[in-house]
Design a protein around this ligand. Structure first.
Ligand code: PBG
Length: 330
C-alpha cells in the first residue's frame, strides 16, 4: 500500500498543517434581539441561551462580545402589538426605539459592523414580510414601504441592510433610495435564497412576528419565500440581486441548504453569507441538553461545515459560544 491517507491524520500537528478550512471569528455575525424598555433580559424559551434585551442591557452585552473579539452584529426588534399596522409604519417612525438604539450602539461602538433586517414582519399587523392587500402579499405596494424603512435604518447608522422580505425588485428599489438619499456607503446583504422553511419558529417566538391566524390572509410565506425543493431558482435570485446592486448574497437556512451555498459560491463573485437560523441552533441545543450530543464538539463542527460549503459569512446564535470556544482551543 503506497497510498495511506491516514498518514496525514496521525498527529495533531500534521492534522493542523493539512487542515483545509478554518473558521475565524471575523466570519461570524451575532444576531441580537431588542425590545423597548429598561433593565430587560429575557431568555427565548425555544432558543435557550439567547435573550431579548432592552438597550441598557444590550450595550453591556455588545461590550462583552466585543471583548471576546466579535465584530459584527445583526439586530432585530420586538415591537409592541399596539404599534403595528398594515403598512408597518413604525418601521420608519422617528420615535422608533429600534432606530434610536442603533444610533446609540454605533455611537458607543463605532468600529463594529451593525446590520439590520429589512422586512415588514416585526412591524406589520398581518405578520407578513410584505404588505397584505385583498388577501394577497402585494409585491409592488411593498417596495415603497421597504424603501422608507431602509432609508430610516441607514439614517440611524446601520452599516449594512439585510432585505429579508423576498419581494421582486427590492434590491433595486432599496439601492436607488439609498443612493438618492446620500447613503451610498450603506451596504446591502441580500437574503437572496431565502426558503419557506420550518426552521424560523424560535425567531418568530422571540419577536412575536409569525403570520397572524386569520382566514383572510395567507397562513405561510410560500408565495414569496422559495420552495425548499428548488436549487436552480436560487441562481435566478442571485443573478437579479447581483445586477440590482447587492454587496453580499445570503442563503437561508444554512444546514439543509449547504448545496445552495456551494452553488452560489461557484457561480457568483460576491461574498456569500449563510444564516444558520434559530431552529437549526435550537435543534442542536435540545440534543445537547438531553445529553445526546456534546455541544463543545458539535457546535464548532456545525459552523465549520457551513464555512466549508462556501459561506464567507455566517450569521449564527452560536457566535458568542464559538468565540469562547476559540479562546479555550487555540
Ligand atoms: C424576517 C426574518 C425571519 C428570520 C430573519 N428575518 C423570519 C421569517 O422570515 O419568518 C429568521 C431568522 C431565524 O430563524 O433565526 N423576515
Amino acid at each position: 500500500m503506497h497510498r495511506r491517507p491516514r498518514r496525514n491524520r496521525q498527529s495533531s500537528s500534521i492534522r493542523n498543517m493539512v487542515q483545509e478550512t478554518r473558521l475565524h471569528l471575523s466570519n461570524l455575525v451575532y444576531p441580537l434581539f431588542i425590545e423597548d424598555g429598561r433593565n430587560i433580559k429575557v431568555e427565548i424559551t425555544s432558543l435557550p441561551g439567547v435573550y431579548r434585551f432592552s438597550i441598557d442591557k444590550l450595550l453591556r452585552e455588545i461590550e462583552s462580545c466585543v471583548k471576546l473579539g466579535i465584530e459584527s452584529f445583526i439586530l432585530f426588534p420586538k415591537v409592541k402589538g399596539n404599534l403595528k399596522d398594515s403598512t408597518g409604519s413604525y418601521g420608519w417612525d422617528a420615535k422608533n426605539f429600534y432606530l434610536k438604539a442603533a444610533a446609540k450602539i454605533k455611537t458607543k461602538f463605532p468600529d463594529i459592523c451593525l446590520i439590520s433586517d429589512v422586512a415588514l414582519d416585526p412591524y406589520n399587523s398581518d405578520g407578513h414580510d410584505g404588505f397584505v392587500h385583498k388577501g394577497k402579499i402585494d409585491n409592488d405596494k411593498t417596495l415603497p414601504l421597504l424603501q422608507k424603512m431602509a432609508v430610516a435604518q441607514a439614517h440611524a447608522g446601520f452599516d449594512i441592510l439585510g432585505p429579508s422580505d423576498m419581494m421582486d425588485g427590492r434590491i433595486e428599489a432599496i439601492r436607488t433610495s439609498l443612493e438618492q438619499n446620500g447613503y451610498k456607503d450603506t451596504g446591502i446583504m441580500s437574503y437572496t435564497a431565502k426558503y419557506a422553511s420550518a426552521y424560523y419558529g424560535p425567531f418568530r417566538d422571540a419577536l412575536d412576528s409569525a403570520p397572524v391566524k386569520n382566514k383572510e390572509i395567507p397562513k405561510d410565506k410560500k408565495t414569496y419565500q422559495m420552495n425548499p425543493a428548488n436549487s436552480r431558482e436560487a441562481l435566478i435570485e442571485a443573478e437579479l440581486d447581483t445586477n440590482e446592486g447587492a454587496d453580499f448574497l445570503m442563503v437561508k437556512p444554512a444546514l439543509n441548504y449547504l448545496d445552495i451555498i456551494s452553488l452560489l459560491k461557484q457561480n457568483f463573485d460576491l461574498p456569500i453569507a449563510a444564516y444558520h437560523v434559530s431552529g437549526e441552533c435550537a435543534m442542536l441545543i435540545a440534543a445537547c441538553q438531553n445529553g445526546w450530543l456534546e455541544y463543545e464538539i458539535a457546535m464548532p463542527e456545525t459552523l465549520l461545515s457551513i464555512h466549508r460549503a462556501g459561506a464567507d459569512v455566517i450569521l449564527t446564535y452560536f457566535a458568542k459560544d464559538y468565540a469562547k470556544w476559540l479562546k479555550k482551543n487555540q
